[in-house]
Design a protein around this ligand. Sequence first.
Ligand code: AN7
Length: 352
Amino acid sequence: MTPWCGVIEAFRKFLPVTDQTPIISLCEGNTPLIQATRLAKRICPQADLYLKVEGANPTGSFKDRGMTLAVSKALEKQARAVMCASTGNTSASAAAYGGRAGLPVYVLVPAGKVALGKLAQAMAHGATVIQIEGNFDQALSIVKDVCVEEQFELVNSLNPFRLEGQKTAAMEVCDQLGRSPSYHFLPVGNAGNISAYWKGYKEYRAAGQITQLPKMMGVQAEGAAPIVRGHVIDHPQTMATAIRIGNPASWKLALQAVQESSGTVEMVTDEEILVAYQALAKEEGVFCEPASAASVAGLTKDSQAGRLPEGATVVCTLTGHGLKDPDIAVNISPKTRTVKASRDAVFSLLQI
Ligand code: AN7
């Protein structure tokens, strides 16, 4: 068996690279597609449910699929530096891949609204991390200006190479399932990923690898749901900080994906997200970050409302690893107990 060498090598013929492109890879992709029978029995007994565990990528999120290509292309065109605005995961990925390419990395993040693990990653990989007293949308607007003036390579999903790389996730799902799912749920923030998946599915069908296309089901957090509400949200709010975005860059592309596929964009409350987050961790052994669980929260809602047909094959993308946001996990779980180092003290706590 040839070893896995990352998404550019695996999907080279679908990607805009040549023999001259220097490939910066951390062997991203090839993430598990895990069947979730226990969870399905409870939330959608009429369907087969699979989880695409993107937290298993090298920096713990799906962003690596796009970043390998964006940074490789930045290096090819001899960019001076790479820069992004981020709710956290893009900055972690840019820092890792940029560092590996030997490029300076600048990231702008909303102060106090980035999960600890993500901030730690950007810092550890040596990026210049600038926190702004504002939100993601303001950060992106500043970054766009700086990149034009300084001729830095913008590595947000406005960079078309990001979406090209991320589309490989849809292709992997088809390879793993042996066909396309009938429904694909994923969280929507800046709306790049849902657009990338749709591109990937369509290209795979055009290449004769699949015959059907899934319905694309986007899920936003209620306090940060501009696409569902049909207008920009100036002050987006959600504890799922990864998708705390009020003016998504790929808004139009996402709507197109949903309309072309006869899917939907819906919103779920923070409480519904946390219920799904805990169920995934406890019932399936899959620890994702809160934003990722929005996909399963959306599925739960649709299934309960009778909108999911009998025999559906459903994939939920879990976009980021649970370890990204340790504070949430600790804060919403029952407190751990500390006792004397004695057998009796320990036995007294066992619930058997
Ligand atoms: C875990 O890192 O926008 O709809 O700056 O980190 O493609 O934006 C992150 C987004 C879902 C939404 N799940 O994806 C960033 C950033 C997780 C994420 C999304 C993000 P898009």
